[in-house]
Every structure is written in structure tokens, then in C-alpha cells.
Write a protein that binds this ligand. Structure first.
Ligand code: ATP
Ligand code: MG
Length: 326
């Protein structure tokens, strides 16, 4: 059974793009597939951050994953920093990675251009991500275009380590997230909906109150013209609304398009569907939030299970490079 791994960095707020693109697929496959889902809190430290926000969001994300249906008995759910093997393997992989290849990462170039002071960890972030992946013998990493290069680096590092020292790591593959997995920003449909979007106006957050979700959807940018058709190139705004409705209902977007004559009707239907999708998640989230000790206990158990997998892997890697076991 192939193992899949997905990380959620606690910077910004989770939105319906994260839900449909990453969380819902985890929940749908968790009984049939070997799944690792983790909060990548160490990755949040690569950029300027408020410590209190990282702390709050780490628990919020874990609670939201559970509220959305992640079953801690079926999938491995944990927090990256609770498993020190991530940083241990990170260092060992830094010793097989080149400075040139790290600085060629497109995301590093883009993010560092926007910073006044660039942290070394921003440069080495993809190597930590490689450690996240390789620690668990991950076969498949569902990622969008922006992360493909990082999975490619993880493959290169695994192959290099395996041929230079010993065949220890499974070589992972990047897989496409499910269709309709790329939800666009409602205010700017040429950009992906993102936790780090400059404005929240076009981002449907999982914890936005229903009236806020409705308002954002009713104000969504549509396209010149009035026909409702699914054509992401020519009509990105309307097509994105149809894609969201499709993700909520399971009906194909071009089928849905036939049901609407006007943009206003479509927006109303999208608002109803999004509110119907997130309301039960929000209710479970608020129930779970009343028992933070319960969420902590789940994360504690998850970290223990993760360490059982990760520790032998790190030990084997250490021995392969010549370190003497303690
Ligand atoms: P950031 O702006 O910080 O990169 P993000 O919203 O892109 O935030 P990530 O933490 O990078 O979120 O990704 C978490 C998961 O959510 C990944 O599996 C990613 O593929 C998925 N995802 C992110 N944005 C979308 C989107 N708009 N549509 C579908 N899936 C998405
Ligand atoms: Mg992203």
C-alpha cells in the first residue's frame, strides 16, 4: 500500500482550497491508504512570524483536521517539531545537498526577493521538507505546481544518498492532487487561493462565519459577459465559482453550468453549498476546542507512533555516513 504524506504549515488560516485540495482527499482515502498528515510548524519559522500565532495555529490546524474527519487511528497525525528525527535527518541531508541546488529553488528566489533579511532556514527549507518525506518511506507526495521542484529535490537527495552510502531511502514521487483541487482567489481568480494571500477578501477561510463566507462569495469577481459557462481560460472567475460548487456537490462543473442563467443565481448556490460544507466542520471544531487536552493527547500519541518509524531510519542513515552509534 503506497504511503502518502501531506504537511500543513501553520502560517495564515486554512481555507477551502486546503480543504478540497488536501484535507478532504486525506479523509476520503484514510481507511484504504497509508496516510501521514502533519503540521509543519518548523517550516513556519523560515519567515518572520509571531510566536503566539504559530502556537495558536498549530493547535487550530490539528483541531480542524480532526473536525474535518481525519481519524487518528486510520492516519498518522502529528506535529513536526514533536518528532526530533525531522531535524536530525535534515542535517544529514544537508551534507549531501549542494549550495547551488538549494539556491536554485524557485520558491527560495521568490520568497527571498520579498524579504529584507533572509533566514538561512528559508534556503534550507526544501531540505527539511526532503527529510519530512524520506523519514517515513513516503511513496507519494500530493503537491501543486509550486512544490514540485521541492519533491524533485527530495528524489535527488534520496538517490544520491542511496548510491553514495547505502540504499536506505524510498525515492518519492510527486502526484497531482485531485481535480478541481486548485481553487482560485475569489477577488483575483488568476491567483491560487492561499493562506499567504495579501488580502483575505477572496479567501474563504474554513473558520469564517457563514455571513462572511456569503459576503465574500457574493462579491467574487466574475467576468465580462453574462453567460455561465465552465471555461477557466476565458472565464476564470465564473469557472472558479463552478469549480467550488463542483467540489461541494460532486457534480462536474460543466454540468452545473447548465443550471444557471445569471451570475447572481450561481453565487447564491455557491454560498449555500460552501456554508453547508463548512458548517458541520465548524461545529465539530468548536466542540473539540472545548477539550484541548483531548487534541493534545492525540498529537502526543501521533508523535510517538511517528518516532517509532523515524528513529530506525535516522539510525540507519547515521551509521551509513560513518557516525558511531551511542
Ligand atoms: P501558503 O500561501 O502559505 O503556501 P497555501 O494555502 O498554499 O499556503 P500550503 O500549506 O502551501 O497552503 O498547502 C497545504 C495543502 O493545501 C497542500 O497540499 C496544497 O497542495 C493544498 N492547497 C493549497 N492551496 C490550494 C488551493 N487553492 N486549491 C487546492 N489545494 C490547495
Ligand atoms: Mg502553498
Amino acid at each position: 500500500m503506497p504511503r502518502r504524506l501531506t504537511g500543513f504549515t501553520p502560517s495564515g488560516d486554512l481555507h477551502i482550497g486546503n480543504y478540497f485540495g488536501a484535507i478532504a482527499p486525506i479523509v476520503a482515502r484514510q481507511q484504504a491508504a497509508d496516510t501521514v498528515a502533519f503540521i509543519s510548524d518548523l517550516h513556519a519559522l523560515t519567515l518572520e512570524h509571531d510566536p503566539a500565532e504559530v502556537h495558536r495555529r498549530t493547535l487550530e490546524f490539528a483541531t480542524l483536521l480532526l473536525a474535518a474527519g481525519a481519524d487518528p487511528d486510520a492516519c498518522l497525525l502529528m506535529v513536526q517539531s514533536h518528532v526530533p528525527e525531522h531535524t536530525e535527518l535534515h542535517y544529514l541531508l544537508e551534507c549531501v545537498a549542494g549550495y547551488g541546488e538549494a539556491s536554485r529553488m524557485i520558491q527560495f528566489k521568490e520568497k527571498s526577493r520579498r524579504q529584507e533579511r533572509v533566514r538561512v532556514s528559508l534556503l534550507t527549507y526544501p531540505i527539511l521538507m526532503a527529510a519530512d518525506i524520506l523519514l517515513y518511506d513516503t511513496d507519494e507526495v500530493p503537491v501543486g505546481e509550486d512544490q514540485r521542484q521541492h519533491v524533485e529535490l527530495a528524489r535527488d537527495l534520496a538517490q544520491r544518498f542511496n548510491s553514495r552510502y547505502a540504499p536506505i531511502f524510498t525515492v518519492p514521487t510527486a502526484v497531482n492532487p485531485p481535480v478541481a483541487a486548485r481553487i482560485m482567489d475569489l477577488a483575483n481568480p488568476s491567483d491560487k487561493m492561499s493562506k499567504s494571500a495579501p488580502s483575505p477578501a477572496g479567501v474563504l477561510r474554513l473558520l469564517d462565519p457563514p455571513e462572511v463566507l456569503r459576503r465574500k462569495i457574493m462579491r467574487a469577481v466574475t467576468d465580462p459577459g453574462t453567460t455561465v459557462a465552465y471555461n477557466p481560460e476565458a472565464q476564470p472567475g465564473v469557472s472558479n465559482l463552478l469549480a467550488i460548487l463542483s467540489a461541494c456537490t460532486g457534480t462536474a462543473p460543466h454540468e452545473l453550468a447548465k443550471n444557471f442563467d445569471r451570475y447572481g443565481e450561481l453565487k447564491q448556490a455557491v454560498a449555500d453549498a460552501v456554508v453547508a460544507t463548512v458548517t458541520p466542520i465548524q461545529q465539530r471544531y468548536h466542540d473539540l476546542s472545548r477539550h484541548p487536552e483531548h487534541v493534545r493527547a492525540i498529537l502526543h500519541t501521533g508523535a510517538k507512533r511517528a518516532r517509532d518509524l523515524a528513529a530506525p531510519k535516522v539510525l540507519a542513515a547515521k551509521q551509513a555516513v560513518g557516525l558511531v552509534p551511542a
